[in-house]
Design a protein around this ligand. Structure first.
Ligand SMILES: *[C@@H]1O[C@H](CO)[C@@H](O)[C@H](O)[C@H]1NC(C)=O
Ligand SMILES: *[C@@H]1O[C@H](CO)[C@@H](O)[C@H](O)[C@H]1NC(C)=O
Length: 953
């Protein structure tokens, strides 16, 4: 039976009126009606029973003006009304006392004495001593006085217990909104069975929906909540040009325990037994450039055609639908529709937020043209590493509001289209008047640390208010959620983060995260942060560098431009260098450098020659050893995705089982110098790289250390140690220096033979002989505690062996055993994340555990270094050490934190082994202006290894 009849029978009075009003059928003349009726009757014979038609025709049960509308017209009209209805989510106001996500039983919470960042006034409003009342899943009241009495009274009357939280001035912000996440779609730990990021069926598939692949068992939900993430736009991957529709989620587990219930604002819902469109925004993902080239052999020209083709399908459908809807009664067939293209039509109607992964100028331009050709607005270009070079182009996109730019702070250069990425891009785009968003692309970056992306953008030139807005207010706005998220306002969702410091301070960490008014972190571990970390910081002054980057179209000459052998540093507060004695008490104040050597440190130091000296005021800064970056292919490749920029991968020595006759590869033989990542790291105080060869089997070969400032291998100090340590991989996945394909047991068997001298002659056997004798260090990449335990067991049979674990994500489980065997650990990456099964048992650090992994290992007496697994991140090595320190200031001293990325790595990577130079490997030194443990600290001078002149920045 048709729904028409059912509905009339059920609720004649209620149902009839609105339907009639909606479609404007009230005043139909019988003649007109019969005109339509005739052809319609034919079309609907199958749908309507004869009895129904007669019943209507006879005017029962309403004599006089019977209404006869075939179901397909009524359905079509309903859909026309819906199609033409622009999204208009309900604006949250004070009147909103309950969230649609309110969980029954959630009691009121009063946060007292917050330093409240509200998001208002372009992100500059900060209310000191603010009290915030959360109830019904929303923010109910914000005040600076004691005027919460009414709310207390009401709560008492309802029998609700109010949880009062004294914040003592802690920073509070709205929850972080991440506009580019694959959480749930690519759940952790990564397993074949649940990676739903991309379909690989076709490059254009607007009909796919991320909601359909969203897995509720992602181990990252709670981790990201512990970083302040409260909402995310979950996009399909970027393998195809149109990967599908995106949906908004909150990472909080729900009682319903389903993907649909985790949505922040669903555009469609099951309501009253029907599938209904809500007034919320829809979202879609597009991607241009390299990915579709790789996955689908889609050249850029193919992609542009593919987009135009998809949009013309959408346009065609929209035109047909518009024509139908303009005269529904005249229609002889149902409303044209298409499961495949309806969303494209909806985009052209302006009802869908279009999010486009697009890096290079050519791609941005292609999509700007498509947006004008088909007249639809672009919500945001994502990644967009060249957007800062063409802000004017973005303004040419169709529509009133130019696209926002959703960026990484530093994740660049890994492929050609990312090669011109700049840390100053957020600043440049902001100054050009474009909306800047920092996003995670989780799990590309662990969204737990999205605030760190904003902090970096700030450190390299973005104003603090815009930097905070970039992950909170601006992101909420661009995701079409600013009617309820992104601000602290009465009626807005009670998604708040209480921070342990100013959120853009280095290592800022939530003390608690509220989602829908519910505290998410059970028994949070809180680190007391110093007063300095509570202050709003000035943006980094990089006007000159930014202008250079723009002028050079993203490829500036990064080589140091100013050198001097003789320098006098003033305003020096700290020295983290061993072997330099300060004259007199207290701060050194002055440090004199002559011919690149520190000749005097102390208030009364004077120059000794008549040569010219540069004078540099470090403004309370420090001198420290040059830092070491280890763990990425730094020095072996320029652009990861471009093989012609690599010096090549070594052959597997296990081919044909020729272990003993196999070649022992020395990474130093493939050393290349002067790359972008190297030079960008140099100006951040990293003087030395350590790299091993990469391989797909277990034996990598000999690592080497090298100077990031050298131009070629023959320069003085270019190579510090040609053959530092022997590196192997014991089935550690995601190792940029080569995943291992051999089983753990096979590797152990091979190692046993090699270490016990049962593998015959040859250079590989000889090298393992040296390892067994303790003359050469073995560095084994392994994350799993079980694998590490296997290595420890093996080491017990070879007592002289010196062993280091690289990776070590589960090493905390064996901390005491590692310490007992004097096995060092390079924690790589330093901020742990359960990306793969062999590293799922992480020690997450505050607020989820008392200590971080590096800090815990340190307390157990394990020698720890920090490793950086992506070459582009080498430049952030100091920040990693600063974060390790900030998270464990009572475990590490500042000197310890410097050691984590300098002298400890010298030891555990064997950099002094086999060296004849007195004093061991030369790391040079670095002079920092300001606090080197803050994001505002800045490198002013670098003395590279083996050099007598100092580079000034
Ligand atoms: C709020 O916190 C600040 C910082 O700890 C403190 O100085 C102030 O006295 C507190 N105010 C109240 C009313 O407790
Ligand atoms: C996530 O945290 C919630 C508390 O908010 C807890 O109930 C849940 O068990 C946690 N989930 C996992 C996977 O640890």
């Amino acid at each position: 039976m048709s729904r028409l009849v059912q509905r009339r029978d059920a609720r004649p009075d209620v149902e009839k009126a609105p339907v009639v009003d909606d479609v404007g059928f009230k005043d139909h003349k019988p003649s007109r009606r019969s005109r339509i009726l005739l052809p319609l009757a034919v079309a609907t014979t199958l749908l309507l029973t004869a009895g129904t038609v007669f019943k209507d025709d006879l005017g029962f049960p309403w004599p006089g003006e019977p209404e006869v509308t075939p179901p397909f017209i009524r359905e079509g009209m309903k859909r026309c009304a819906q199609l033409n209805q622009a999204p208009s989510p309900h604006q949250a106001t004070e009147a909103r006392k309950y969230s649609d996500r309110y969980v029954k039983g959630t009691g009121p919470v009063l946060l007292k004495n917050a330093t409240l960042w509200t998001g208002e006034e372009d992100g500059t409003e900060v209310i000191h001593g603010a009290n915030v009342w959360l109830e019904g899943g929303v923010v109910r009241k914000i005040s600076t006085g004691e005027d919460m009495d009414q709310l207390f009274e009401a709560a008492k009357n309802k029998g609700d217990k109010v949880e009062t939280v004294e914040l003592d001035g802690a920073w509070v912000t709205p929850g972080i909104v991440d506009v580019h996440s694959h959480m749930g779609l690519d759940p952790m730990p990564e397993l074949r069975g649940s990676d739903e990021t991309n379909s690989d069926k076709a490059p254009i598939q607007p009909w796919l929906r991320s909601l359909d692949g969203f897995n509720t068992h992602d181990a990252a939900f709670n981790l990201s909540i512990a970083g302040g993430i409260t909402t995310m736009l979950v996009l399909p991957g970027s393998a195809g040009n149109i990967g599908g529709q995106a949906f908004t989620f909150k990472p909080r587990w729900t009682a319903e325990n389903t993907p649909q219930s985790m949505q922040a604002e669903p555009p469609f819902v099951i309501r009253n037994g029907e599938w209904q469109r809500t007034r919320s925004w829809r979202h879609i993902k597009h991607a241009c450039g390299e990915n579709a080239k790789v996955w689908y052999h889609n050249a850029r020209m193919d992609a542009a055609y593919g987009f135009r083709r998809a949009y013309s399908e959408g346009k065609k459908l929209k035109d047909e639908q518009d024509a139908w809807c303009a005269a529904p009664k005249k229609q002889t067939g149902p409303l044209p529709d298409s499961l495949e293209w309806e969303v494209m039509a909806d985009i052209i109607r302006g009802h869908v937020k279009v999010n486009i992964h697009c890096y290079e100028t050519v791609d941005l331009n292609d999509l700007v043209r498509v947006s004008n050709e088909f007249q639809f607005p672009i919500a945001a270009f994502h990644h967009a590493h060249e957007a800062y070079l063409v802000p004017g182009l973005l303004r040419q996109a169709w529509g009133k509001t130019p696209p926002a730019v959703a960026m990484f702070a530093n994740n660049a250069r890994y492929k050609r289209e990312a090669y011109r990425g700049s840390p100053y891009a957020p600043k440049v785009l902001d100054e050009a008047g474009l909306k800047v968003i920092m996003k995670s692309d989780h799990p590309v970056l662990d969204s737990r640390y999205l605030i760190y992306e904003a902090a970096q953008a700030h450190a390299f030139g973005l104003e603090w208010n815009r930097a905070l807005a970039s992950v909170i207010t601006t992101s909420a706005t661009v995701a079409g959620l600013d009617h309820r998220l992104g601000y602290v306002r009465p009626g807005y969702d009670a998604d708040l983060v209480v921070w342990d410091s100013f959120p853009l301070a280095v290592g800022a960490t939530p003390k608690q995260t509220y989602i829908d008014g519910i505290p998410q972190i059970i028994n949070p571990h809180v680190v007391r942060k110093p007063a300095a970390a509570q202050q709003i910081t000035p943006k980094g002054d990089y006007d000159k560098e930014a202008a250079e980057a723009v002028a050079a179209r993203g490829d500036p000459d990064l080589r140091p431009k100013k050198r001097s052998p003789n320098i006098v540093f003033h305003g020096v507060s700290n020295l983290y260098l061993s072997g330099i004695k300060t004259q007199g008490e207290g701060e050194p104040g002055v440090v004199v450098v002559e011919d690149g050597k520190i000749t005097c440190a102390g208030k009364d130091c004077a120059t000794t020659s008549s040569a010219e000296y540069e004078t540099v005021d470090l403004k309370g800064g420090s001198l420290a050893p040059g830092l070491i970056s280890y763990g990425s292919p730094l020095g072996l490749e320029e652009i990861s995705a471009e093989e012609t920029t690599h010096t090549g991968d070594p052959p597997s020595i296990l081919d044909d089982n020729k272990i003993t006759s196999g070649l022992l590869v020395h990474a130093a033989d493939g050393a290349q110098f002067g790359g972008k990542d190297e030079l960008m790291a140099l100006r951040e105080g990293i003087t030395t790289g350590v790299t091993s060869p990469s391989t797909g089997e277990f034996l990598k070969g000999m690592s080497y250390s090298f100077s990031l400032g050298a131009r070629h291998a023959l320069e003085s100090g270019a190579i510090g140690n040609h053959a530092a340590a022997l590196h192997i991989n014991v089935r550690q996945f995601g190792d940029p220096l080569g995943d291992s394909s051999m089983s753990v047991a096979t590797v152990m068997g091979v190692l046993r033979r090699l270490l016990h001298g049962e593998a015959g002659q040859g250079e590989v056997a000889a090298a393992f002989g040296k390892v067994a004798a303790g003359e050469l260090r073995l560095v084994a990449s392994a994350n799993s505690a079980d694998t590490i335990a296997a290595l420890i067991r093996l080491k017990r049979t070879v007592p002289a062996m010196r062993l280091t674990i690289s990776g070590g994500q589960e090493a905390w489980m064996l901390a005491d055993e590692l310490a007992a065997e004097d096995i060092g650990v390079v924690v790589a990456a330093p901020r742990t994340f359960p990306m793969f099964w062999d590293q799922r048992r992480i020690l997450p650090g505050p607020p989820l555990s008392h200590l971080t992994l590096p800090a815990y290992l340190h307390t157990r007496g394990v020698k720890v270094g920090l490793g950086i697994v992506e070459a582009c991140d080498a430049r952030l090595t100091r920040f990693e050490s600063a974060m390790a320190y900030a998270a464990a200031p009572t475990t590490f001293s500042r000197q310890d934190a410097v050691d984590l990325v300098s002298t400890n790595l010298v030891d555990v990577l064997g950099l002094n082994d086999g060296l004849h130079a007195a004093g061991g490997v030369d790391l040079g030194w670095v002079a920092y202006e300001g606090d080197m443990f803050s994001l505002t600290g800045r490198v002013r001078a670098v003395r590279s290894p083996g050099q007598t002149a100092v580079d000034l920045f």
